[in-house]
Write a protein that binds this ligand. Structure first.
Ligand SMILES: [Zn+2]
Length: 160
């Protein structure tokens, strides 16, 4: 089950690994990537409307497609001072979202990856959506990275 916690953790893990070589992904930029990783799931507001007995799924379904998410990222990036950097980071986060959603066995039959050009639904069908191995694994890896990183930082501070 790649839930919000997993998406945020996986984005953080990827940024921590990349920031070793590319400083661009470190610090405050990591937080923007983590926000980007949740953009496609803005679609979940549909659950609130369903609870209110209003059916808006057909209108918001493009939000959970790469094209829809890039447009959402562009709109959100407008609220940042460095809009282009924010946009790049949000799109990167969004890409991690689809990367980790793809191996899921979706109940809906997959994701509209080529919307609006093609209505085919795609999925790799590896992990059942009710499997909690992903959040557990992501949490363990994140904790290990966090511990290693704080040890390295502490060692560097002693050394300097
Ligand atoms: Zn998703």
């Amino acid at each position: 089950m790649v839930d919000w916690l997993s998406h945020v953790l996986l984005a953080w893990i990827i940024c921590q690994i990349l920031s070793v070589k590319y400083k661009f992904f470190g610090g405050r930029h990591t937080a923007i990537v983590m926000v980007g990783a949740l953009i496609p799931d803005i679609i979940k507001v549909g659950l609130l409307f369903r609870w209110l007995d209003i059916d808006i799924w057909d209108f918001i379904v493009p939000l959970h497609t790469p094209v829809g998410a890039v447009i959402s990222a562009a709109v959100i990036a407008l609220f940042f001072e460095e809009q282009m950097n924010a946009f790049k980071l949000l799109v990167f986060g969004m890409a991690t979202h689809f990367l980790f959603d793809l191996p899921l066995a979706h109940v809906s039959g997959g994701m509209l990856m080529l919307f609006p050009f093609h209505w085919g639904r795609y999925q790799v069908y590896l992990i059942p959506t009710d499997d909690c191995i992903v959040p557990i694994l992501a949490s363990v890896v994140a904790i290990v990275i966090y511990i290693v990183k704080s040890r390295v930082t502490a060692k560097n501070q002693v050394g300097s």
